[in-house]
Design a protein around this ligand. Sequence first.
Ligand code: NAD
Ligand code: IPM
Ligand code: MN
Length: 368
Amino acid sequence: MKQYKIALLPGDGIGPEIMKEAVKVLKLVQERNPVAFELNEVPFGAVAYFATGDAFPEATKLACDQADAVLKGTIGLSHEESKKIPVDKQPERGALLPLRKRLNTYANFRPVYLPKELAHFSPLRPEVVGEGIDLMIIRELVGGLYFGQKERGIKNGKRFVNEMLEYDEDQIRQILIVGFETAKKRRKLLHNIHKSNVLLSSVLWNEILEEVAPSYPEVEVRHMLVDAAATALCLNPCQFDVMVMENMFGDILSDQGGGILGSLGLMPSACMGPNRKAYYEPSHGSAPDIAGQGIANPYSMIGSVAMMLDMSFGLTEEAQNLWGAMKSVFAAGFTTPDLKRGGDKLISTAAFGDKVLEALAKSPKPKV
Ligand code: NAD
Ligand code: IPM
Ligand code: MN
C-alpha cells in the first residue's frame, strides 16, 4: 500500500467550500485503491493572516515541504477587503507567490477542456466549438514580470514605479522543454505565444526556442503574438493544442480559457516543480461575490485532484474515472449556477460533489 502525505490549503472565499468536496473524493479514492492519504489541513491566505499576522505561516511552509503533494483551494479577498491587509502581506504576494517560489513550480498546466457533449456551456457558437475544445495552456510560473525587480518611489517630484520582466536562459529553456514534451505526448503541435515585436524578453525566449526545437523534430511549432492569440482563442480555439507562454501572458489567457468554456469553475490546474514536486489548485480565485452561498462549482477543485492523482501519484486510471464521473454529472443535466443554461437542474456545491462520488463509486475499480 502506497502512502502519500497531502497538505491541504483551503484558503479564502469559496476555497474551503470546494476543498470539502475534494476531500470527499480523496476519501473515496482511498477506499477504491491501494493507497493511503495522510491529509494535513493548514492555514494559508487571508485566513492565516488574520489568525497569525502571516498569510504563509511557518507551520504551513513546513507542511508543504514535507508533503508529497499540496492541494490548494483559493486565496484572496475582494478589492475592498484587501485594503485591510498591508500590500506586501496580502495573500497573493504574502502567500501564493512565495509558495510557487518555495516549491519552484515553474510549469503551470492549465487545461482548457470541453467535450462536445458539454459544448452548450460555451458562450461560443456550436460551429466554433466543433468537436469540442481541448487545449493545454502551459504557463511559466516562477519568473517574468511577477518575480522581477520592483521599485516604487518619487522621481522629479512624481510618484513612479518600475517592475521588470526578468528571465535567464535556463528559466526559459526549462519551460519550453515542458511545452515540447507535452506537445510530443499530444497532437505534436506547439503554439509559442509571445510579444517579440515589442518585448526583448520575447526575443530571447524565441532564440531559446530555436535552440530547443531541433530536439523535437516531430513537433510542429507555430508562433503567435499574444494579442492575436487572445482573439484566436475566441474565434477558433480548436486550432490550438499546446500553448506555451510567459507568466503574465498565461495568467490572462488562461482566464480567457475559462471564458470560452463558460465558467472559471471549469479550470483546474497543476503546478509542477523539479522532481515532480507539485501543488494543485483551481486556476480561478476565491470568488468573493459568491462565497459562503454553497453554489461554487467544485469541478476546478476536483479536476485538480484528478491531475494530482495522475501526475503525482501515478493513479492515471482512477484520474480518468474521476474526469468521467464529473462529465456524467453534467451530461445528466446537473450544474452549479455559473453554468446554468435553460433546462439544466441547478445543484449546490455539495450536491455536485455527492453526485461525483456516486458516479465514481459506480465506475470499475482500477486494476492493481
Ligand atoms: P475570481 O476568479 O475569484 O472570480 C471571477 C468570477 O468567476 C466571479 O464572478 C466568480 O464568482 C466566478 N468564479 C470563479 N470560480 C468559480 C467557481 N468555482 N464556481 C463558480 N463561479 C466561479 O476572480 P476575482 O474576483 O478577480 O478575484 C477574487 C480574489 O481571488 C482576488 O483576491 C484575487 O487576487 C484572488 N485570486 C486568487 C487565485 C488563486 O488562489 N490562485 C487566482 C485568481 C485570483
Ligand atoms: C492565478 C492568480 C494569481 C496569479 C494571483 C492570485 C497572484 O490570478 O493563479 O492565476 O496572478 O498568478
Ligand atoms: Mn489568474
